[in-house]
Ligand binder design. Structure first.
Ligand code: DAV
Length: 354
């Protein structure tokens, strides 16, 4: 019976021993089609032309990406971690994007799984279509709360009047690509530090979205917003990386020790700027992200972290903190939007005494 074999859903941080996880699927992924101003705000310039309705990623990229995700799932399973996989979806048929980036759409906070109220129209049905099977199975755990995203009745207003002076300025310094007319966030704009979540405003996360998340987290949890200097901001998981309790790595081009120290949960942490600029790779193309994906790792525990096998510089650098990098291939998944952190959702971690 699933209810007896399942560990109870509970995850409060990014680093404690992982017990259960969702690993995404790449098959049939399509370039997301969004208004040009959103693509311009968030996607690398040389690939803007790909983000059209019904535009497929190259077949070889998707085939190899699925082989990489299957290998990741196998390695995690062999390590005793329970792995869930999304359903197959024909994203072309539904005008959607992918099931390879579950971190954007779901976040586990304590005993609650929260579905993101996506900004992107191409992602609104993503959780329903690809993850309903997993959520139904998990719901047999009587201790778990699942908060599904609110349904928009009528026309979505999130892109109305963006670009007009008052339109996009929702919070932070930049005229973001969405307005603040309804709650919107991507779950990957937040990281968990015990009872505190630290997030960022971005081109997909607005002020109402943050208020909505605050209302969804279980009692005793709070959401704080980090000052991030990045006009292209979309997802915080290549900007900060808590590797273990008390030790965080950050991207010094986007945030600073001063900004991080404002969060009392980090006041006694070691904060390390990543000292190298990651190298750009053209093949397979990074259609959707920056080269800072080297920081987008999945922690199995405070001493074991999954790192992309070509990111040797990063892998070697984290050894000084007593962390063993597990090197696995994921470059074709990078090509469609993210690395190990993006491609997974942790459901159960042994988070004692956060
Ligand atoms: O390019 O820094 C990486 C995370 C994508 N989900 C970037 C964003």
């Amino acid at each position: 019976m699933p209810s007896t074999s399942l560990p109870t859903i509970q995850a409060d941080d990014e680093w404690s021993q992982l017990r259960a996880v969702i690993v995404g699927r790449a098959a049939n992924s399509c370039f997301p089609s969004e208004p040009l101003h959103m693509i311009q705000a968030t996607m690398p310039e040389q690939y803007h032309g790909h983000f059209q309705p019904n535009s497929h990623f190259p077949k070889y990229v998707l085939q190899k990406a699925d082989a990489e995700l299957d290998q990741l799932a196998n390695v995690l399973q062999q390590d005793g971690i329970k792995v869930y996989r999304p359903d197959d979806v024909d994203w072309y048929a539904v005008g959607g994007y992918t099931a390879a980036m579950p971190r954007d759409g779901l976040i586990t906070v304590g005993n609650t799984i929260i579905e993101a109220p996506f900004s992107w129209r191409s992602r609104k049905r993503e959780i329903d279509l690809a993850y309903s099977g997993i959520l139904t199975e998990l719901a047999s755990d009587g201790h778990l709360t699942i908060v599904r995203a609110p349904k928009i009745v009528g026309t979505d207003t999130i892109y109305d009047d963006v670009g007009k002076p008052q339109g996009g300025l929702v919070d932070g310094k930049y005229p973001w690509a969405v307005n603040n007319s309804r709650p919107a966030f991507d779950a990957a704009d937040f990281m968990r530090f015990g009872k505190v979540l630290i997030g960022q405003y971005s081109n997909v996360t607005n002020a109402k979205g943050v208020e909505y998340l605050r209302a969804c987290v279980p009692d005793g949890y709070t959401v704080e917003m980090l000052e991030v200097d990045d006009p292209h901001a979309m997802h915080i998981d290549a900007t900060i990386l808590p590797l273990k309790r008390g030790l965080l790595v950050y991207n010094p081009l986007r945030t600073s020790e001063t900004a991080l120290r404002r969060h009392s949960v980090l006041h006694d942490w070691e904060l390390h700027p990543y000292p190298f600029v990651p190298k750009k790779r053209d093949s397979p193309p990074l259609f959707m992200t920056s080269e800072w994906l080297c920081m987008n790792v999945l922690s199995i525990s405070e001493t074991k972290v999954v790192v992309e096998e070509k990111d040797v510089e990063f892998a070697e650098w984290i050894r000084q903190f007593g962390i063993e990098p597990i090197l696995l291939p994921l470059q074709h998944v990078h090509s469609i939007g993210g690395s190990f952190h993006c491609a997974t959702v942790d459901l159960v971690r042994d988070c004692g005494g956060s």
